[in-house]
Design a binder for this molecule. Structure first.
Ligand SMILES: [Zn+2]
Length: 461
């Protein structure tokens, strides 16, 4: 709306009309089909915020059929005549808003919902979607698979950046975080592992139902419901974190020595980054040879094979950087990957390996033609590049430059302030720069411009 027109109108009008102009009585309109992400324009949706997801799932590992019921507790952020959910594939068999059946139609990954009555700005409402089908992963712009990925004994479920919508209807962008309850039924002998605290399991008629609760806010892409034949290990750490590990028996021997270190890795990271942000932790170690990556699914990362220690350190660091402090745009992905990679460097430095300076120097020795310098970490250019080397390695190099500029004491204070002040929320690169300048009292614009945004290899540091 052109501001001049609005101001002229306001000047000649009553206080009641003024309230109306501020939006309370704006006519209901359709929520947008995306959250405004330049790399994934249809990811997420506008017009509402989800506070909680109740997901009731049943997966048949033989037929690979998923039956789902998703109840979303959401709040309208505008007067809303229509809104979208993200859902890719699967057949929707019922949809209600509140108690009323709602009209819906499918348009690619958009599930377009028209409630019987328009929703008022600020109103909480409940959307219930029942659906079923054979979930299939999406292929990301970089060619990798993401979402519900079938394995020989179940499914490896990891949704970064797009895949949550392959198994439940979601507001599928990290801007919108919510709490989750999961109830997942699988054939007896299989285990279904989701996020957060394990709430128990019951078996009847040859099926076992697993219940999980993720109470701290979580981005949809960090949800999992991984199913397989797993050996389960449960314990509580000295800090009171409830650990649940699920390990494919074929990976158990290789995983054991690394998983044993999880409590000490979390304790070490808590010392560096501040208190661990969640009630629960753990690992899901699957055998999923067609996946090719691990993901920091919230509280309980999922590994496609037995991880090495460095990978465990990386995914654990994401619990602070990426999971608790989330992106508002996929363009900022270096805030996740640069930090998690730098955690690996710090771990090596403090546990008898190379110093972070040595790792930096080795990388910096790469010629200007190397892929490391192909694009700046803060501006990958497209969704196809968000998991490229510069995001990880040069992102970590940027943090190392920051550490050298402000000194160790201030640097670690910055990391803790970042994790603490944005806990259970979001952060942007601009906010990180401001925070680092506040904590250090230094002008750091040039440093961030050079290491995060400048094209090509930066000249000698
Ligand atoms: Zn990572």
């Amino acid at each position: 709306m052109p501001q001049a027109v609005r101001r002229t109108f306001v000047l000649g009008t009553s206080p009641v009309a003024l309230v109306a102009l501020l939006g309370a009585a704006a006519p209901p309109s359709a929520g947008s089909s995306g959250a405004g992400d330049p790399y994934f324009p249809l990811a997420g949706n506008g017009g509402y915020h989800v506070g909680h997801y109740d997901l009731t799932l049943r997966y048949d590992t033989d037929s690979r059929r998923l039956d789902g019921k998703a109840v979303l507790h959401a709040r309208a952020t505008q007067n809303l005549s229509r809104f979208d959910l993200d859902l890719n594939g699967l057949k929707v068999t019922g949809l209600t808003v509140g108690r009323d059946k709602a009209d819906f139609r499918r348009d690619g990954q958009e599930l377009v919902v028209t409630p019987r009555k328009a929703l008022k700005k600020g109103q909480w409402f409940r959307v219930t979607v029942t659906y079923h089908g054979k979930p299939a992963p999406v292929t990301d712009p970089d060619g990798s698979l993401d979402g519900w990925i079938p394995t020989d004994d179940g499914a490896f479920v990891a949704g970064e950046p797009q895949g949550a919508m392959t198994w439940f209807p979601a507001n599928n962008h990290p801007k919108d975080k919510a709490s989750y309850d999961f109830e997942i039924t699988v054939p007896k002998g299989r285990t279904a592992v989701a996020n957060g605290v394990f709430r128990g399991q019951t078996t009847s008629h040859g099926r076992t139902t697993y219940r999980w609760r993720q109470s701290e806010p979580m981005a949809a892409y960090l949800a999992t419901a991984t199913v397989g034949k797993f050996k389960v290990e449960r314990y509580t750490t000295r800090d009171g974190i409830q650990v649940y590990n699920a390990v494919d028996p074929r990976e158990a021997d290789a995983a054991a020595p690394v998983l044993k270190k999880l409590p000490s890795v979390l304790a070490w990271e808590s010392k560096l980054f501040g208190p661990y942000p969640f009630k629960a932790a753990g690992a899901i170690v699957d055998r999923a040879p067609n996946v090719g990556y691990a993901l920091e699914t919230q509280t309980r990362p999922v590994y496609d094979q037995a991880p090495d220690l460095s990978t465990l350190v990386h995914e654990s660091a994401h619990q602070w950087f990426g999971d608790s402090v989330s992106l508002t745009s996929w363009k900022d992905i270096w805030l996740n990957e640069g930090f998690a990679t730098y955690a690996e460097w710090l771990y090596a430095e403090q546990h008898g390996g190379d110093s972070a300076q040595t790792t930096f120097d080795e990388l910096y020795a790469e010629p200007a033609s190397d892929g490391l310098w192909e694009f700046p970490p803060g501006d990958p250019g497209s969704g196809a590049n968000i998991f490229g080397t510069p995001v990880y390695a040069r992102g970590a190099m940027a943090l190392h430059q920051l550490r050298k500029a402000v000194g160790d004491r201030v640097f670690f204070r910055i990391l803790r302030a970042w994790a603490g002040e944005h806990r259970d929320g979001h952060g942007t690169t601009a906010q990180l720069v401001r925070l680092a300048e506040r904590e250090s009292g230094k002008d750091l614009d040039a440093l961030f411009r050079t290491w995060v945004y400048q094209q090509g290899k930066p000249t000698a540091p």
